[in-house]
Design a protein around this ligand. Sequence first.
Ligand code: ATP
Length: 264
Amino acid sequence: MSAIEFDDVHVHFGAGASRFHAVKGVSLSIPQGSIMGLVGESGSGKSTLARAAVGLVEASSGRILVDGVDVVGARGETARLRRRIQMIFQDPSSCLDPRMTIGESIGEALRAAERRDRTPKRGRAARTQEVERLLHAVSLGADRADSYPSVLSGGQRQRVAIARALAAGPSVLLADEITSALDVSVQGAVLNLLLELQRELGFTMLFVSHNLAVVRYVCDQVAVMRHGELVESGPVLDVIDNPQHQYTRELMAAIPQLGEPMFR
Ligand SMILES: Nc1ncnc2c1ncn2[C@@H]1O[C@H](COP(=O)(O)OP(=O)(O)OP(=O)(O)O)[C@@H](O)[C@H]1O
């Protein structure tokens, strides 16, 4: 498993007069195996920072290091390191092809990982077995392999998205608002599943969320962004219970009550 570090990362969108500075020199280090929450108001640059790590947006400058190796603009062996960073999105449909069955979709992610790692291609039976193991890992029955995404609930689709990410053998997982589109009754199950998998597999995680109660439940560290800048970071309970920055205090005050853990 890998540590990930953002070192003075800047991201701009657009050009000329409409050039917009979305991420302004963010430096953030997530130790191997820990879960860092990333919070801040809408538009503060959280998703953009996460997307820069997987190359979905281009960092204008700065370094993104996986185990100390800069993966920005990486090629060859280093690009392989970057593909060990997997991202899960708010809307699971965005990563599921509606024309593919769930089994085909997970199988495709397995094949991509084989190509990346240059490991021998699994035979059909071995692939089916691995798809079933991954479905089981995310608490879906093996019979789901033949279903299409359209017949699944939002929570089930998000489980499939997690299974696809796991198929890639991630060393770092970026979770961007992964439960905010789900019904509250399903959110807890998906979060608990993710926590169990993280404990079992030990991947490092960046967990982007608006919900501070969820962040407190899931994360051991938290970073706060505002207007593209990092304003504060530290152990989750320290930051939530004793925020140092005025903006973090305002963010906490906006939450009606941070009561006991939500989903236990
Ligand atoms: N592809 C893009 N082109 C232009 N501007 C963009 C693009 N993606 C994001 N932005 C802008 O960058 C800023 C940061 O967006 P980002 O999605 O990272 O914020 P966020 O903190 O994740 O917000 P939210 O919590 O609402 O998802 C916003 O002003 C957004 O409009």
